[in-house]
Design a protein around this ligand. Structure first.
Ligand code: FAD
Length: 404
């Protein structure tokens, strides 16, 4: 379709890395690119580079199922994820890039009386924490999900659910590309095919990195490499409480509009939405064993498809189009890590597990604040690495039952 088109301009430059920057960001996913953008935009620090071992957005940012929401349990989490959702609401305009945000709502189903009690507790917590939430009964669920099997004979009968109307989906590539283009225009260097091999440590501080494209020095370095965080931390000389797992997703062939909200069933672990292209976008739980194998496999696919068909028998006739995986970084309390690492001068943004796409604007804002000022923003303070030593965990697996 593009044959014969000429005169296209590059959306961002492709510069060779300079030997020195004020601030260096490792990892060209959404969080790394957003960090660079906010460093330049909010803090006026423009002598910044993002270095990415592959291509920008080629990690989890371009592999996720694009759900954005802030339906967490603890106030610290709501502050973080609601900051992100609020920023998402104005992001298309801020970046002058259509991120295709569609606030179509998410319903998390409850399949028993006990799950309804937990749902009520979640809704209360969310409302007290200041975000939008509604407790749905059976008729509410039927209204937003007309194709869902609501019969009492269903394997997982539906009792109601938690509704967040401001939640939805956004186009993942557009988020990466929008931040990249806007950061580039503010003077940030985006350097692809540049892999960090080692850290330069002098006088007990991180002073930069050694890459396949030479040495790059900076007084402050942000490490934003998701599933590869523990691997790079080992090179910097410390251990992170992070385990890496593959997380898979798949899409069906495109069909006419049939599902206009996001739906998650904790009983089956399956969640689904329909993309603007018409594909059903499906995901499930983590692979059971830690790995760096960035590919799909049949057992997980079988679990996801059977869970989907328990909910929507009419999707039985669909054909599957693609299956893939990303490597996600999971912490013991299922909350992210933001703050300075044990190596002074090296700052962390990692541990988002299965749910960091929704947090990109906040993760970028908060890491930029840390890198620019050397101090925590009030919202990032509870997520410092020191919470594991102090025992002040923010256990969202227990709190909101998230899948990692
Ligand atoms: P990434 O996008 O992974 O970026 C990190 C980058 O670092 C990569 O590009 C990598 O190449 C680079 N890198 C690594 N090592 C080096 C090195 N040595 N040198 C230089 N660069 C390096 N979240 C949601 O909120 N909603 C969802 O619906 C959702 N669904 C998901 C579905 C799947 C299948 C997966 C895999 C994840 C999903 N997530 C979801 C999670 C979300 O995708 C991630 O939490 C988020 O994208 C993390 O962004 P990031 O920028 O930190 O990481």
């Amino acid at each position: 379709g593009l044959a014969g088109q000429t005169g296209w301009q590059q959306a961002w430059r492709s510069p060779a890395p300079k030997p020195r920057y004020d601030i260096l960001v490792i990892g060209g996913g959404g969080h790394g690119l957003a960090t660079a953008y906010y460093l330049a935009k909010t803090h006026g620090i423009r002598n910044v580079a993002v270095i990415e071992k592959g291509w920008i957005g080629g990690g989890n940012t371009g592999r996720n199922t694009t759900v954005v929401r802030s339906n967490y349990f603890f106030p610290e989490s709501t502050a973080l994820y609601d900051m992100a959702l609020t920023l998402y609401e104005g992001l298309g305009r801020a970046l002058n890039y259509n991120i295709m945000l569609s606030q179509r709502g998410i319903v998390t189903l409850a399949h028993s009386e006990a799950e309804m009690e937990t749902a009520a507790r979640t809704v209360n917590a969310m409302q007290i924490n200041g975000t939008d939430a509604e407790l749905f009964g059976v008729e509410d669920v039927r209204r937003v999900l007309p194709l869902l099997d609501m019969s009492p004979a269903a394997r997982y009968p539906v009792f109601g659910g938690v509704w967040q109307g401001r939640a939805g989906v956004a186009r993942h590539d557009a988020v990466a590309w929008g931040y990249a283009r806007a950061a580039d225009r503010l003077g940030v260097d985006i350097v692809q095919s540049c892999e960090v091999d080692e850290f330069i440590v002098e006088g007990g501080r991180c002073r930069g990195v050694r890459t396949n494209r030479g040495e790059i020095r900076a007084e402050r370095v942000g490490m934003v490499v998701a599933g590869h965080s523990s691997h790079l931390a080992a090179k910097a000389g410390f251990r992170l409480p992070v385990t890496s797992y593959a997380l898979q997703a798949c899409v069906s062939e495109p069909i006419k509009p049939a599902l206009d909200t996001v739906v998650l069933s904790p009983a089956t672990g399956v969640y689904a939405s329909q993309s603007d292209k018409g594909e059903l976008v499906l995901g499930g739980a983590l692979d059971r064993v830690p790995s760096y194998g960035q590919r799909g496999n049949l057992p997980v696919l079988e679990e996801v498809i059977s869970g989907l068909l328990e909910m929507f028998p009419s999707f039985r006739q669909l054909r599957l189009m693609r299956q893939w995986a990303g490597i996600v970084d999971v912490t013991p309390d299922s909350s992210p890590i933001l703050g300075e690492s044990p190596l002074p001068g090296l700052f962390l943004n990692c541990g988002w597990g299965t749910g960091g796409f929704k947090a990109i604007p906040a993760g970028g804002t908060l890491l930029a604040h840390l890198l620019a000022t050397g101090k925590h923003h009030d919202v990032s303070r509870p997520f410092d690495l020191d919470r594991f030593a102090r025992g002040r965990l923010i256990d969202e697996a227990a709190g909101s039952g998230i899948a990692h």
